[in-house]
Design a protein around this ligand. Structure first.
Ligand code: PLP
Length: 400
């Protein structure tokens, strides 16, 4: 006996992973310089040198038992104090360690948040705004809740508020946002966040209970050109933040992040306890102790996004000039563009892959089937070398 649903999940191919594997195979056959893999969102900027220093110092100073032992289930006091202080100094908040639950990155933070908020009757709905990170469907499904997708505003990649309002009903547990966004690279403006907060307040009043806002923020620190990334809990009291150091400190393999449940959340201690319970139910407690030491030491580091910003500008300007319709990237390390000449994202992806060994991810999994995601967390040289191929691709498609 085994779980059919879990088997199905394990067997389901991920189009991103498939492209990545294809790229590896092609690179073996043709040479790495001939394959342009823009499929994965793996940071290409190395972790700051201070991270390695912090690891060395922790190893030298602390007892191995303390470094490698279990921390408390919610995370160490020192790590949670450091994160609270950092947030307080940046956003004029008054968080304490008790508002923070340390996780193995944003994925389990989200998993815990969905499970904590999904009512036991199986009727809870989570509103997800396209384009979105494909794993949300998996996490929400596993919580027993149901994802409700709001179609993308493909003009500005902000929020289509009429569509959002229509998607909220008596079963809505929470709305989920992700800004800077994977895959669009767009940051929600302050006006968007304010309008969202007002809508959720109105709807919560109508329902007589809070609709929570889950803010998934692994790219919070990756914004360019002075663009403001509004700190969402300062606009809407019932916000739960899921954060990760995977992208901001280039530590995706180290699995470290947190859930923030501010005191302003209605019944915040109950919600926090439900998050702890949800994490426990997934066997997910005591995030890696060494990494908690590192975060404690490195919490005030600010990533250098020069390379991502350069790549974003290069690609946006070039692709737009070739005739592609692109979302203007404000951050993260993704460029989202529309498949030209009326073909689907999948058709474009297959064509660019077969013809030019350029690997870009079709947008169906992100809830935008006519669009594609290009991850530019690669060397700038690689971006430059791919530009003529992206030009050739659109020129050839126009002639078809
Ligand atoms: N949320 C978004 C939008 C992401 O892009 C990712 C990873 O790419 C995650 C969550 C998961 O992050 P982590 O690696 O910290 O679990």
């Amino acid at each position: 006996m085994f779980s059919r649903s879990m088997y199905t999940l394990g067997a389901q191919p991920s189009s991103i992973r498939e492209l990545f594997e294809f790229g590896r195979q092609r690179a073996k056959e043709l040479g790495a310089e001939k394959v342009f893999d823009f499929s994965l969102g793996n940071p290409s900027i190395p972790a700051p040198a201070l991270v390695a220093e912090a690891i060395t110092q922790v190893l030298a100073k602390e007892s191995p038992i303390a470094i490698h032992g279990y921390t408390s289930a919610v995370g160490s006091d020192a790590c949670r104090d450091a994160i609270a202080e950092n947030l307080n100094s940046r956003y004029r908040t008054k968080y304490k360690k008790d508002n923070l639950f340390i996780t193995c990155g944003a994925a389990p933070a989200l998993g815990a948040a969905f499970r904590a908020l999904a009512a036991d009757d199986g009727r809870s709905e989570f509103v997800v705004i396209a384009p979105f990170f494909p794993e949300y469907r998996v996490f929400i499904g596993a919580s027993g809740g149901k994802p409700v997708i709001v179609p993308a505003d493909t003009k500005r990649f902000q929020i289509d508020f009429a569509a959002l309002e229509a998607s909220i009903n008596e079963n809505t547990a929470a709305v989920l946002i992700n800004s800077p966004n994977n895959p669009s690279g767009v940051v929600y403006t302050e006006e968007t966040i304010k309008t969202l907060a007002n809508l959720l307040k109105k709807k919560s009043d109508e329902l007589g209970r809070p609709i929570f806002l889950i803010s998934d923020e692994p790219y919070r620190e990756l914004a360019y050109g002075g663009v403001n990334v509004p700190f969402v809990p300062n606009y809407y009291n019932n916000t739960i933040v899921c954060y990760s150091f995977s992208k901001s400190l280039s530590l995706p393999g180290e699995r470290i992040g947190y859930v923030l449940v501010p005191d302003s959340v209605e019944d915040s201690r109950t919600i926090f306890t439900a998050i702890a319970g949800a994490s426990r139910s997934m066997g997910h407690v005591c995030a890696p102790s060494l990494m908690q030491h590192v975060i404690t030491a490195c919490i005030n580091l600010v990533p250098d996004v020069t390379v991502y910003e350069r790549n974003a500008n290069l690609l946006y300007e070039a692709l737009t000039s070739y005739g592609y319709n692109c979302a203007k990237p404000d951050g993260a390390f993704y460029l989202f563009f529309e498949a030209p000449c009326g073909i689907s994202g999948k058709e474009f992806s297959d064509y660019a892959k077969e013809r030019h060994n350029v690997l870009v991810v079709p947008g169906d999994g992100f809830g935008c089937p006519n669009w594609l995601r290009l991850s530019y967390c690669v060397d700038t040289e690689r971006v430059k070398n791919a530009l003529p191929l992206l030009k050739q691709t659109i020129d050839e498609l126009k002639k078809k």
